[in-house]
Design a protein around this ligand. Structure first.
Ligand code: SAH
Ligand code: SF4
Length: 341
């Protein structure tokens, strides 16, 4: 049964054509689905009963089931969501005044296997469908209430979005009904063909690239995919990425104690990305004693010195002490619920 939550308004109008007597009915349904976030066809009280019954027979509005919501002391909330086949993912909502940021997942696991990431340690999981991606947005949006005026979306949850471009593309088209492309960021480990795909889209979200090390050798050590997509080629691809006016590339840099946190590393990063309109998000590592006990978070002084060096060299830097760490909702900590073994 076709699920309308992952269809754009135009697609909904086309799909409904054979069922309706008036052209405006399709628009009414699309408005219910996307603007009003309807969960049931029965809610659509400006439609004839017969049409609601026909919709019910042919289409669904199914969303992932909420298994659990963990609220963090800092206001963020981690949602554990289950899809039809039992697969689970996590998504994080971070409200801040009239705004909120949603951190969504693109895959249930990740085959890329970065050594500092809990999702990577789970191993590969399947791609999420457009319904499953949009479903996360809908669940989180409804939980917020109407007072939140603006939502930003970052694909920084579980998985590598640029290894799931087919479903990501459809999900983006649908998300654009509610959220402007300039408020959506796709974060990648550095999949070069994926970045080129993104560059060719007519309506592009923002690009974030997880840099995490200043040279090929160290990047390979923590991000094995660097062997396939070398750092130099990655930087060249980023330099060619088309940027709308006012936009910048975000570089994420996970700071790992005594590995990539020296002041000289900050200078090397500055040199590497010199001239790219960008900002750097420095993320002190979120530790995980089970999956990578040997990796540690640097001290606040080391983090400050790293950020200061980059700033002194002319870069825009924000330090992201992760939100939701107390409920394991922070960067690199998402894992869904593992099936019992
Ligand atoms: N696969 C994509 C998006 C998901 S990971 C990517 O790698 O970019 C989102 C961000 O979390 C990445 O910048 C990643 O480097 C960071 N991250 C992963 N594990 C982390 C950890 N243990 N502590 C802090 N950040 C982490
Ligand atoms: Fe996958 Fe990103 Fe984690 Fe690497 S950091 S394992 S690419 S989710």
């Amino acid at each position: 049964m076709t699920n309308l939550i992952a269809k754009t308004s135009t697609e909904i109008e086309d799909l409904l054509q054979p069922l309706v007597d008036h052209g405006y009915r399709g628009r009414q349904v699309a408005n219910w689905v996307h603007q009003r976030g309807a969960q049931e066809f029965d809610e659509m009280d400006n439609l004839p009963k017969s049409l609601r019954a026909a919709l019910e027979r042919e289409f669904s509005l199914r969303e992932p089931e909420i298994l659990e919501i963990c609220e963090s002391g800092d206001g963020s909330a981690k949602f554990l969501l289950r899809f039809e086949d039992g697969v689970t993912v996590e998504s994080v909502s971070m409200p801040e005044g009239a705004k909120a940021t949603f951190c969504l997942s693109s895959q249930a696991g990740c085959a890329v296997g970065c050594t500092f990431c809990v999702t990577g340690a789970m191993g590969s999981g399947r791609n999420l469908s457009a319904c499953e991606i949009v479903g996360q947005y809908r669940r989180l949006r409804r939980a917020l209430g109407e007072e939140t005026e603006r939502v930003n979306i970052v694909f920084m949850g579980m998985g590598e979005p640029l290894l799931n471009t087919i479903h990501l593309e459809q999900a983006l088209s649908v998300l654009y009904e509610r959220v402007s492309p300039k408020r959506i960021t796709v974060s990648t480990v550095g999949i070069i063909p994926g970045i080129e795909w993104l560059a060719a889209l007519a309506r592009r979200p923002k690009l974030a690239v997880s840099l995490n090390a200043p040279d090929q050798e160290r990047r390979e050590a923590i991000m094995p995919i660097t062997r396939k997509y070398p750092l130099e080629e990655l930087i060249r691809t980023i330099r060619n990425f088309p940027l709308e006016r006012g936009r910048r590339i975000t570089f994420e840099y996970v700071l790992i104690k005594d590995f990539n946190d020296a002041v000289s590393d900050a200078s090397a990063v500055a040199k590497l990305i010199h001239g790219v309109p960008s900002k750097v998000n420095v993320i002190p590592l979120n530790e995980d004693a089970d999956h990578f006990p040997e990796l540690h978070q640097p001290s606040a002084e080391t983090v400050d010195a790293f950020a200061r060096t980059l700033r002194d060299l002319g870069h825009v830097v924000t330090v992201r002490w992760s939100k939701g760490a107390d409920v394991a909702a922070a960067c690199g900590q998402l894992k869904g619920r593992q099936p019992a073994r």
